[in-house]
Design a protein around this ligand. Structure first.
Ligand code: ARG
Length: 297
């Protein structure tokens, strides 16, 4: 075994961590209202195609060895497939979502019921927040988005609940209305003390950009082209990164850093303004430390 030369942005031996996630089959998916610029209720959607594409994502996660929990879809809640918005789960506590738009509000209690059933302690939200759409755990820190959906008062609420540092980031482009459309967490667990991300610079105001640049000097900077198909809305286990199939530059950037990008086509769910990560709620269970090192290619 040769000793690798330390090059933080070219680490070859990435480690895949075991993940436990929650998903919701898009049985009742459609676009019948417009709460983000991606949605065009006047245009047709194909629910069975959405189900097929979602199933492919599910199968990819299965092949990667993730534990996948499922919540039953509810008729009349077409956006329930975007499970990331259903809450934020960490340390055995589920911080419930309180959706901004009335169309999605019933999803909050539905997800909280599921969390209770799974034995999690539920923290009922007082403040408007859309779960992992706007809260991303990076290392020990919670990155928290605001500007379109989650209210900044929810950032204080989540900080109180978990007793962790919460970093507020302000989104400024309505097409990237949730933090997970503009930031991808690449390392669910820190590598050599650093957990890296990818992000879209133009999605943030200047103070937020300054924070991102300082905290993540080695971040991948996504292209506008990749972001425009929600390419950043991806899910990483630390080695495998499931991304939008059309995000080819992002795939290349990931490969250069030693990650293994896996493309999945969720074109039908993009019509609702969501991608890979939106369909994936990370349950961050305690004891995910059972990492297995990937074979080097
Ligand atoms: N139609 C949904 C909404 O606008 C899409 C949610 C996407 N989810 C996400 N985590 N970005 O609320």
């Amino acid at each position: 075994m040769s000793t690798p030369i330390a090059a933080p942005d070219a680490v070859a031996d990435r480690t895949a961590t075991k993940r436990t996630i929650l998903m919701c089959k898009p049985t009742f998916y459609t676009v019948s209202y417009r709460i983000n610029p991606w949605m065009h209720p006047e245009a047709p959607t194909d629910t069975s195609k959405a189900v097929q594409q979602w199933q492919r994502l599910y199968d990819v996660y299965r092949e990667l060895g993730y534990d996948i929990e499922l919540i039953d879809p509810i008729e009349g809640l077409p956006d329930m497939v975007y499970a990331a918005n259903g809450g934020f789960v960490l340390d055995g506590i589920a911080y419930g979502a309180k959706f901004q738009y009335p169309e999605r509000q019933p999803e909050g209690p539905a997800y909280m019921d599921w969390f209770r059933g799974a034995g999690l302690e539920v923290a009922e939200p007082a403040e408007t927040n859309e779960g992992e759409g706007d809260f991303l755990l990076v290392g020990d820190v919670i990155l928290a988005g605001t500007g379109f959906r989650s209210d900044s008062t929810s950032h204080e609420e989540i900080a109180r609940i978990y007793g962790r540092e919460v970093v507020t980031l302000k989104l400024i482009n309505p097409s990237f209305y949730h933090l997970d459309t503009a930031v991808a967490v690449l390392d669910p667990e820190p590598v050599d003390g650093v957990a890296n991300i990818a992000y879209l610079e133009s999605a943030f105001d200047e103070p937020s950009l300054a924070i991102l640049r300082e905290r993540f000097p080695d971040a991948i900077l996504a292209t506008e082209e990749d972001a425009a198909i929600l390419g950043l809305n991806s899910y990483s286990d630390g080695y495998n990164v499931v991304i939008a199939a059309r995000a080819t530059t992002f795939a290349e950037q990931l490969r250069e850093r030693g990650y293994n990008p896996i493309g999945v086509d969720l074109s039908e769910l993009l019509l609702g303004g969501g991608g890979v990560k939106c369909c994936t709620l990370d349950l961050h269970p305690i004891g995910t430390g059972t990492s297995r090192r990937q074979e080097q290619r």
